[in-house]
Write a protein that binds this ligand. Structure first.
Ligand code: NAD
Length: 502
C-alpha cells in the first residue's frame, strides 16, 4: 500500500506539466501546437490526463520536410559522434526510468511490475544499436574474374515510424534506435491512446544533443496524421507495429509513393503442451505469456493446445491460478493485471465473452468486467473450444486464453497452423526429435521450446503470414533502414563487347 501511495504522489508530480501545457508535437526541435486537440484518459479511473495536439496533414508535411533537411548532416556525422548521442539517450532514459514507468502505467493500464523494466529495456535498445553504428555501413567483397565487386550500405533517408499502444515506450525505442543508428532521420506517430512516454522520449533525445529535425514527433489519429505520413513523398519507408488490417491499409496508402514497409502485426500464438512436458514449468510459462502485460502483447500465447491425456489435470491447475491473479491499480507493485488500455478496446475484449458462449465454449474462469469504473476485466479462460471458433481464430488482445484439446502431434500441428497468423509458437515436450520436427513445421517467425518468450536483441524478431513482413533485431534492422549498394571495379582491361565498331 505504501508503494501505491508513493507512486500516486510521484505520478501526480510527473503529470503536472502535461496537465498545464498538454502534449504538443516536437518538430524540427520546436514545440508545435495544432488547431485541434484530443483528450487522453487513464483507463484506471477514466480521469482526464491531459490534452494532446491532433496532428494534421500540414503537421506531417512540416515534420517530413524537417526530417528531409536534417538527413544529409545526420547521415554524414561521424559514427563515433552519432554513437555518443545514442548512448547519452540511453543514459537519460535510465535516469528518468521511474517517471517513464509511472506515466506508462497510468496512460496504458500496464502493471508497474512489468513497466518498471520497460524503460531499462528501451535504454538497452539504444545501447545495443549504438554499439553497431560503426559497422552499419560495412559491406562484402564478392570478387569475380574481372571485377572487384564490393557492397556498401547507405541509410534509406527519412522514415516514418508508427507505433501501437501496447508497451508503447519499449516498442518505440525498438524501432527508433536502429533507424537513427543506420543514419536515418525519423517522423514518429505514436498511438493516440498512449501519447505520454513518446513525448518524454523525444524530449530526452533532444536533451542528449540530437540535432533538430532528426527526430520529429507528431501526435494524432491513424486515419489523418498516420495516413498522411504513409503517403508523404519525402518519407522513404514505414516501420509499422499494429494490427494486421491496419498494415494492409498502410500498404495501400503507401503504394503511390512506392514505400518500403516493415510490418509487425497481430498474432494468435499457440502454446502446445505435450503429455511428456514438464507440466509445472509449462503451466508457469503459459500463464505468464497470456496474462502478463494484460494479455495486450503481440507474442502472447493466446491459444493453449493441450494433449488429451494431461488436459484435465492441466486445466484444473490453470483455472486455480487464473482465478488467483491479482487485478488492480497498475501503479500498485502487487498488481499482476491492470485495466485494458481504453473503453473501445475493453468493449472489444468483453464482446468475446458472449461470442464464446454463443459458439458453445465454456467460460471456466473470468468472463466478466471488474468494478464499475475503469477498464478492468477478470483474467479469463475459455475451455471446450474447437479450432474453428472465433475465440480460437481472432486476436482478442486481452487477458483471455482459449484452451483446445488435441489427441496427437499431427492434430496439434494442424490446429497450431490453422489460423491466418504466424508470429510466435511455444512448444513444451521432452522428446527432442518431436521438438525438432514440430518446430520445423510450425508456421511462425519465432519459436521457443520449453521456454516462455525470452528476448535476445541480436536474434531476428518478426512474423509470417498475417503477422508481419520483415525482421527486426541485430543486422536485420539495418537491412530495412539501409540500401545496399553494389560497386564493381575493373581489375584490368577485360573484354567489352564493341557494338558498331569497324
Ligand atoms: P492499430 O493498428 O490500431 O494502430 C497502430 C498504429 O497505427 C497507431 O499509431 C494508429 O494511430 C496507427 N494507424 C491506424 N490507422 C492508420 C492508417 N490508416 N494509416 C497510418 N497509421 C494508422 O494497432 P493497436 O490497436 O494500436 O495495437 C495493437 C496491435 O498491434 C495488435 O494487433 C498487436 O498484435 C499488434 N502488435 C504487433 C507486434 C509485433 O511485433 N508483431 C508488437 C506489438 C503490437
Amino acid at each position: 500500500m505504501t508503494d501505491l501511495k508513493t507512486h500516486i504522489t510521484k505520478l501526480d508530480g510527473y503529470l503536472a506539466r502535461f496537465r498545464d501545457a498538454g502534449i504538443l508535437h516536437l518538430i524540427d526541435g520546436q514545440d508545435v501546437a495544432s488547431d485541434a486537440s484530443f483528450d487522453t484518459h487513464s483507463p484506471t479511473d477514466d480521469s482526464l490526463i491531459c490534452t494532446v495536439a491532433k496532428g494534421t496533414r500540414q503537421d506531417i508535411d512540416h515534420a517530413a520536410r524537417a526530417a528531409k533537411a536534417a538527413f544529409p548532416a545526420w547521415r554524414d556525422m561521424p559514427a563515433a559522434k552519432r554513437k555518443k548521442i545514442l548512448i547519452r539517450i540511453a543514459e537519460l532514459i535510465e535516469s528518468r526510468s521511474e517517471e517513464i514507468a509511472l506515466c506508462e502505467c497510468w496512460d496504458t493500464g500496464q502493471a508497474y511490475r512489468f513497466m518498471a523494466k520497460a524503460a531499462l529495456r528501451g535504454a538497452a535498445n539504444f545501447r545495443f544499436f549504438a554499439d553497431r553504428i560503426a559497422s552499419a555501413r560495412d559491406g562484402q567483397n564478392l570478387p569475380s574474374p574481372t571485377l572487384m565487386n564490393v557492397t556498401t550500405r547507405k541509410p534509406i533517408g527519412p522514415v516514418g515510424i508508427i507505433t501501437p499502444w501496447n508497451t508503447p515506450f519499449m516498442l518505440s525505442t525498438w524501432k527508433i534506435a536502429p533507424a537513427l543508428a543506420a543514419g536515418c532521420t525519423i517522423v514518429h506517430k505514436p498511438a493516440e491512446f498512449s501519447p505520454l512516454t513518446a513525448r518524454i522520449l523525444a524530449e530526452i533525445a533532444h536533451e542528449a544533443g540530437l540535432p533538430p529535425g532528426v527526430w520529429n514527433l507528431v501526435n494524432g489519429m491513424g486515419e489523418d496524421a498516420g495516413a498522411a505520413l504513409t503517403e508523404h513523398p519525402d518519407i522513404k519507408a514505414i516501420a509499422f507495429v499494429g494490427e494486421s488490417k491496419t498494415g494492409s491499409m498502410i500498404m495501400k496508402q503507401g503504394a503511390d509513393t512506392l514505400k518500403r514497409f516493415h510490418f509487425e502485426l497481430g498474432g494468435k500464438n499457440p502454446v502446445i503442451v505435450f503429455e511428456d512436458a514438464d507440466i509445472e514449468r509449462a503451466l508457469d510459462a503459459a500463464i505468464f505469456m497470456i496474462y502478463s502485460l494484460n494479455g495486450e502483447r503481440c507474442t502472447s500465447s493466446s491459444r493453449l493446445l493441450i494433449q488429451d491425456s494431461v488436459a484435465d489435470e492441466f486445466i484444473e491447475k490453470l483455472t486455480k491460478r487464473v482465478n488467483n491473479i491479482r487485478v488492480g491499480n497498475p501503479l500498485d507493485p502487487q498488481t499482476e493485471v491492470g485495466p485494458l488500455i481504453h473503453k473501445v478496446h475493453f468493449d472489444k475484449v468483453c464482446s468475446y465473452f458472449d461470442i464464446a458462449r454463443q459458439d458453445g465454449a465454456t467460460i471456466k474462469a473470468g468472463g466478466k468486467r471488474i468494478g464499475a469504473q475503469g477498464c478492468f476485466v477478470a483474467p479469463t479462460l475459455f475451455t471446450d473450444a474447437t479450432p474453428d471458433m472465433r475465440i480460437a481464430q481472432e486476436e482478442i488482445f486481452g487477458p483471455v486464453l482459449t484452451a483446445i484439446r488435441f489427441k496427437d502431434e499431427a492434430e496439434a500441428l494442424e490446429i497450431a497452423n490453422g489460423t491466418q497468423y504466424g508470429l510466435t509458437g511455444y512448444i513444451w515436450t521432452n522428446d527432442l526429435t518431436r521438438a525438432l520436427r514440430f518446430s520445423d513445421q510450425l508456421e511462425a517467425g519465432m519459436i521457443w521450446v520449453n521456454s516462455e518468450n525470452v528476448r535476445h536483441l541480436p536474434t531476428p524478431f518478426g512474423g509470417v503470414k498475417a503477422s508481419g513482413i520483415g525482421r527486426d533485431g541485430g543486422d536485420w534492422s539495418f537491412d530495412f533502414y539501409m540500401e545496399t549498394k553494389h560497386i564493381g571495379f575493373a581489375l584490368g582491361d577485360h573484354k567489352i563487347p564493341r557494338l558498331g565498331a569497324e
